[in-house]
Design a protein around this ligand. Structure first.
Ligand SMILES: Cc1cc2nc3c(=O)[nH]c(=O)nc-3n(C[C@H](O)[C@H](O)[C@H](O)COP(=O)(O)OP(=O)(O)OC[C@H]3O[C@@H](n4cnc5c(N)ncnc54)[C@H](O)[C@@H]3O)c2cc1C
Length: 472
């Protein structure tokens, strides 16, 4: 018998670890699929993510039950639970897919030691990304810190095909326990609408995206009201769909495309490569979870501003596009990418608050929170990360709103106080007089900062951090 330990791979198909275990277990008692609720991991979770995870586990369990097996669940420290389950099922080997975050690697090292002590064989394989950390490097063998070079090598590298789902006769005939309720795990039901979980729902998102939107992705992806992106981030975070299956669908879409449409498919693939780039960054620099990737001569003097932080979190900054993004996060446990860039810029460059404050808030609310991508995105916006936005390029939230939501459709969807205001009023909100604001949208907020002033302050904050004055 073999044990497959599911973690962030809540699917049966295109699962390399499971396929590896199934191959060895065929005719040898089959694979026992297990999942351990780990309080160490739950301590960093948010309600929306836990909801999605529980729903995905329920779907996965159905899949196993349809094939005469079951998902065995346990709760506790995996370093105790995994050897215990291996002993209970008399498993010869435990297999799992690697997770690249520092916390997961520390946990996995403890599980490895415990299995070695119990004389149970174990194998961990690369699955979550196409090209494992260390496989795409500079010619000198170092990890890339510039995305463009990484992308070129990533694009040209051959990709593996999806792994087959295990046949029913390679799964063990076992009976799993009940799944806990969200309350049992210490979380309230999320107030946000969480996307439907499971491989079937992920496949539907993928196929409907590849039918049409993928060909317009390059042109439309920055416009939040166009619904032009795949919405696969939560599936990729939880592994309800495999990356090889996603990539294969994009390659099939590319076959019937040329010119701009083919470029658009490639643009989408390059976002998948960003995900892998950040996974590599995190793998080689686990400290980025709490520290700046870039070092500064004097350190950055972030401000403290409880009121500003509270207004930002609530979507009450008086900058319509920023507030729409922050409210989308609360309503959907998701935010459009351009809005993530914008609200992150607003927190760090307009409120001059530490990116770690924003990262913690995103981690609490996003269903797709992924340490590598979330951290990469925050450090990009804060100009502290790998291949980050230069510190002197500060997004103007007013012109960004005008450009990417010209009719204010997205803003009005999430900020009901602005529904009766015209797009023109919304896009000049910070320039209107108090009387004009009162008449356009009496319940909406005054801008909490002056963007032009804060932009100057942000630039000098970074120049001080860089020690630029001292060099003059
Ligand atoms: C401040 C900030 C925080 C972010 N936090 C997260 C996070 O916690 N989890 C997360 O998955 N993404 C995060 N992103 C990246 C990006 O915003 C989301 O992946 C994207 O909005 C998800 O929507 P989608 O699936 O429709 O994306 P699509 O545009 O359809 O992209 C397809 C997939 O590519 C990957 N991807 C796309 N853009 C990026 C990117 N910039 N960096 C890394 N991977 C990318 C994702 O897996 C995504 O699902 C963050 C970006 C910023 C600026």
């Amino acid at each position: 018998m073999q044990l497959h330990w599911h973690r962030r791979d809540l699917r049966a198909s295109d699962n390399r670890g499971l396929a590896t275990a199934a191959e060895a277990a065929e005719g040898e008692g089959g694979v026992v699929p297990v999942f351990v609720f780990d309080d160490g991991v739950l301590a960093h979770a948010g309600a929306a993510r836990v909801r999605f995870m529980l729903d995905a586990l329920a779907r996965l369990r159905e899949r196993y039950r349809e094939r005469g097996s079951d998902l065995v669940v346990a709760r506790g420290d995996p370093a105790e639970e995994i050897p215990r389950l291996a002993a209970e099922y008399d498993a010869e080997r435990v297999v799992w897919n690697q997770d690249y975050s520092g916390l997961a690697r520390t946990r996995d090292a403890a599980v490895r030691r415990a299995l070695d002590d119990a004389s149970v064989a174990r194998e961990s394989v690369h699955d979550a990304i196409h090209h494992e950390p260390g496989s795409i490097t500079t010619n000198a063998g170092d990890p890339y810190s510039v995305y463009t070079y990484f992308w070129k090598k990533w694009r040209d590298r051959e990709k593996a095909d999806p792994y087959p789902a295990p046949e029913a006769d390679s799964l063990a005939d076992v009976t799993g326990g009940d799944l806990p309720d969200i309350g049992d795990l210490g979380f309230e039901q999320p107030t946000a609408d969480v996307p439907e979980a499971g491989t079937e729902a992920a496949r539907e998102r993928l196929s409907s995206f590849c039918e049409d939107a993928i060909y317009r992705y390059d042109e439309d992806r920055d416009y939040p009201e166009r619904d032009a992106t795949s919405r696969l981030s939560t599936d990729l975070k939880w592994g309800t769909i495999g990356i090889r299956e996603v990539y294969e669908a994009t390659e099939e879409a590319a076959e019937s495309a040329d010119g701009e449409e083919a470029d658009s498919v490639e643009e989408f693939q390059s976002q998948l490569a960003w995900r892998e780039f950040y996974a590599h960054v995190l793998y080689f620099n686990p400290e980025v979870v709490t520290e700046n990737y870039k070092s500064y001569e004097n350190g950055i003097e972030w401000r403290e501003d409880e009121e500003g932080l509270t207004a930002w979190k609530a979507g009450e900054t008086g900058y319509p596009i920023v507030d729409a993004g922050m409210r989308q996060l609360r309503e959907e446990a998701y935010m459009h990418n351009r809005m993530r860039m914008l609200v992150a810029s607003f927190l760090t460059k307009d409120l001059l608050l530490d990116w770690r404050e924003g990262y913690a808030h995103f981690r609490e609310y996003l269903a797709d929170h992924d340490t590598a991508n979330d951290n990469g995105g925050w450090q990009w916006a804060a100009s502290t990360g790998t291949d980050a936005q230069p510190y002197f390029r500060v997004f103007n939230p007013t012109t960004q709103g005008e450009r990417y939501d010209p009719d204010a459709t997205y803003i009005k969807e999430y900020v009901p106080e602005l529904r009766d205001a015209s797009a023109e009023e919304i896009h000049s909100w910070n320039e209107l007089s108090p009387t004009e604001r009162e008449s356009a949208a009496p319940d909406y907020y005054d801008p909490i900062v002056d963007h032009a002033e804060r932009r100057e302050m942000a630039i000098s904050m970074f120049e001080d951090a860089r020690g630029d004055d001292e060099d003059d």
